[in-house]
Design a protein around this ligand. Structure first.
Ligand SMILES: C[S@@+](CC[C@H](N)C(=O)[O-])C[C@H]1O[C@@H](n2cnc3c(N)ncnc32)[C@H](O)[C@@H]1O
Length: 488
């Protein structure tokens, strides 16, 4: 009998594991080096300032103070990042030596996906694991299982042996939050309060040494700019999902989806709640809101950048507005004032554990197609909600096919987003598949997969926009609800 059939996780090949570790190290490294990269920007501003004539310097002498202010903001952002990393429990032994003879030059992941740098908003291509790996008790002890169909969710199980899913985080219910904040417990050592700086960091957040062994092995002196940018994207996503400042954007993007779910499932019984999957869940707020509405909600996300951050916010938050970051410091462009650029943003605006989630809320790491194109997933969801997700596909037809497959007959697919195909301009060394079709064609494909329109309109919205910037990108997104027609 195979290991999977016996209920044991699939074994990795040495190469798969090495590639996973390499990829994860790169992401950790980008996070760790965040402050160095940001400091380098400030030094660049200073070099430019020094090139000014004496007269011009006199006119702009306040900039010297601004540069120091930027440094304090960077330190505060870094303080949050290091706390977040300390709470992360890597699914592999990250301290091991890895050898990638002949495989070290690419970013190709074990499943054959090529990690590209295409990035229109915050798309990250990061590694994921193909077997269920779950070590942290706090992720599993208080919630449901994962990647079984909701009706099969088993509260006792830490790991679903049936799944091809990776990092599964069942979000703590309020009951288990008490355990999380009890610092006398062993596992509380990862919990960092604002008033207790992480080990090896100074009170202003400057990191004096690298705290964990596995972090040390990830540390690199130079990080590609594209990785640095991904960390900055995550910071902007924190505002979108978890700050008061992001409320307007959430009202534009998430509220219409929540209202649709509310309209289409007016009766949500506690004993048998309807289920909803959120592919490409980002930092998890929409999935959480859907859970609070009375659904068994599961977010799916394949980026470790996102998963590390959402796990920290969802599982480790002790109080609303526990953290303060300075999300807008990385661009000097289109600022109305220095105060605007350097304004603090607190988050999370709510404490997730006390938000009123429905039992069974989980985040599931892995590629949407890999995880859900599985016989166990067929006809198992009452609803699928995609927000700014469809255009992340290499092949959007495959996304639609899988969404149709996993929905029950009569199930609903709610979508909101543009068609800014993420791989459209991915001019990497290897050509990426990218199917870029019009909205009209997307809808035709959906009809072919057994969907019929319930509702359709366009919604104007921003995505991770700085609300006080002089430049605002607006999308006129497609918003629809489609129903999967019962098969005859
Ligand atoms: C543009 S972001 C949208 C995030 C979130 N839905 C929101 O509205 O803020 C797209 C997300 O989908 C994730 N993603 C892209 N391709 C994916 C895939 N194949 N499987 C799972 N997640 C994916 C990205 O990592 C990213 O977090």
């Amino acid at each position: 009998m195979s290991r999977e059939a016996e209920g044991l996780p699939r074994r990795y090949s040495k190469l798969e594991e090495a590639l996973e570790i390499k990829s994860l190290r790169r992401i950790i490294s980008a996070y760790i080096n965040y402050s160095d990269a940001a400091e380098e920007d400030v030094r660049r501003y200073e070099r430019s300032f020094r090139k000014l004539s004496r007269e011009h310097k006199g006119l702009l002498s306040h900039l010297l103070q601004k540069f120091q202010r930027l440094r304090r903001c960077i330190a505060a952002n870094s303080f949050f990042i290091m706390n977040m990393l300390q709470a992360f429990d890597p699914p592999f032994d990250m301290s091991q030596d890895i050898h990638l003879d002949g495989h070290g030059g690419t970013e190709r992941l074990p499943n054959g996906h090529l990690c590209t740098q295409a990035s229109h908003y915050t798309q990250d291509c990061s590694s994921y694991l193909k077997q269920p790996v779950l070590k942290r008790p706090e992720f599993s002890s208080c919630g449901g299982g994962c990647l079984q169909t909701p009706s099969k969710i088993n509260n006792e199980k830490e790991i679903s042996s049936e799944s091809s899913c990776t990092l599964i985080m069942n979000v703590s219910t309020p009951d288990c939050n008490a355990k999380l904040v009890d610092e006398s417990k062993d596992d509380a050592k990862f919990i960092c309060k604002l008033d207790s700086p992480p080990r090896d960091s100074t009170p202003n957040g400057n990191i004096t040494s690298v705290p964990n062994n596995w972090m040390e092995t990830s540390l690199r002196s130079s990080v590609p700019l594209v990785d640095v940018d991904k960390v900055r994207c995550i910071i902007r996503n924190i505002v979108r999902d978890w700050a008061m400042e992001g409320q307007k954007e959430r009202d534009q993007c998430y509220k219409p989806i929540l209202e649709e779910l509310n309209r289409l499932f007016p009766v949500r019984r506690k004993e048998r709640p309807p289920s909803c999957l959120v592919p490409g869940a980002g930092l998890g707020r929409l999935a959480l809101e859907i859970s609070c509405l009375g659904f068994v909600s599961q977010g799916n996300e394949f980026s470790y950048y996102m998963m590390i951050c959402s796990s920290f916010i969802l599982n480790q938050t002790q109080a609303a507005n526990q953290w303060t970051i300075f999300p807008w410091i990385h661009s000097n462009c289109n600022s109305l004032s220095d105060d605007d650029q350097c304004r603090p943003v607190s988050f999370p605006d709510i404490q997730p554990a006390s938000a009123g989630i429905t039992e069974g809320f989980s985040m599931c790491g892995g590629d949407f197609i890999e995880v859900y194109n599985d016989i166990d997933q067929e006809a198992s969801w009452d609803a699928v909600a995609t927000c700014f997700f469809l255009d992340t596909a290499h092949n959007i037809v495959e996304y639609i096919e899988v969404i149709s497959k996993i929905l029950k007959d009569g199930g609903v697919w709610i979508n909101l987003g543009p068609l800014l195909y993420h791989f459209a301009d991915a001019y990497g060394p290897e050509e990426e598949m990218s199917i870029e079709i019009s909205l009209e064609d997307v809808k035709k494909v959906a009809l072919q997969y057994g969907f019929e329109f319930e509702m359709e309109k366009s919604i104007e919205t921003t995505y991770t926009a700085n609300p006080r910037s002089m430049m605002q990108n607006h999308y006129y997104t497609a918003f629809w609800t489609m129903k999967k027609k019962p098969r005859k």
